[in-house]
Every structure is written in C-alpha cells, then in structure tokens.
Design a protein around this ligand. Structure first.
Ligand SMILES: [Zn+2]
Length: 139
C-alpha cells in the first residue's frame, strides 16, 4: 500500500537518518550524507498516526537491511527489542495502540518541529559532533 508522504514525513525521516550519522543501525554500514538508500524504517507502520513521528519507532536502515527485516517479522521484532530494550519497546507498543487523529494544520507544526530539530543537529555536526545524536520528539 502506498502512503502519501508529507513535509512532516520528510523532515522526520531526515532527523532519524541524521541521528544515526547516516550509518545503518543494523549492519553499521556508513553511507554518504543524504543517501537515498538509507531509509527511515518504522517498527509500527506509518499508517499508525500515534507512532508515525515517534523517534523510538524509527531506525535508519540501509536498503538491504530494510528489505531483509521487512521480509522477516521475527528478525524485525528481535532487532527492535535489541535497539530499544524491553521497557522502551513496551512503552512504544502502548503508544502505538492509542488512537490518534491529527488535525490538518498539526502536520505543519510537526514539519516545523522536525525541520528545526534537523537544523539543530546540522549545527552540532558543524561544531564537530560525530556519531549518534539525539533529537526531541514532537508531542
Ligand atoms: Zn544495513
């Protein structure tokens, strides 16, 4: 199923990949900045609004890892548990089960929030910060 991507999705995806320093969070392969073959992979699908923009719900994965995990839900679940730990995965699962309806104009706020987070991360990179960077969730 094809899901339409908004500006909010675009900036959030950049945040997730910048957070990882453009390195696949599974096989650790380093990709060049803005590489299209490094994906923002969702544990719970983007169809679920409650976790669509949740930093804990997403990891940066290279095309190959994304495909392997996408084809194997058991491997994907193991990877998610390993990345987040038992407790954070439980909390994420609870959040995913909440019904969330977003107003149309809220998407703009989400896009703005993650655009600002992304720019703040770029500034940290320019200041010499390497490796994994955190960013703040839109709430
Ligand atoms: Zn990989």
């Amino acid at each position: 199923m094809k899901i339409k991507r908004s500006a909010a999705d675009h900036w959030f995806s950049l945040c997730v990949r910048e957070r990882a320093g453009w390195r696949c969070e599974r096989c650790r392969k380093q990709l060049p900045e803005n590489a299209q073959n490094l994906h923002c992979s969702h544990i719970f699908s983007r169809r679920h609004q409650a976790t669509r923009y949740d930093p804990d719900n997403c990891q940066a994965l290279c095309f190959s890892c994304h495909q392997q995990l996408g084809e194997n839900p058991v491997l994907f679940a193991q990877f998610a548990r390993q990345e987040l730990g038992e407790r954070r995965l439980e909390i994420l699962t609870e959040r995913h089960q909440m019904i969330k309806k977003r107003a149309k104009n809220e998407k703009k706020d989400i896009a703005r929030h993650y655009r600002n987070e992304y720019r703040a991360m770029l500034e940290k990179r320019q200041a010499g910060e390497t490796g994994y960077l955190e960013f703040t969730a839109y709430d």
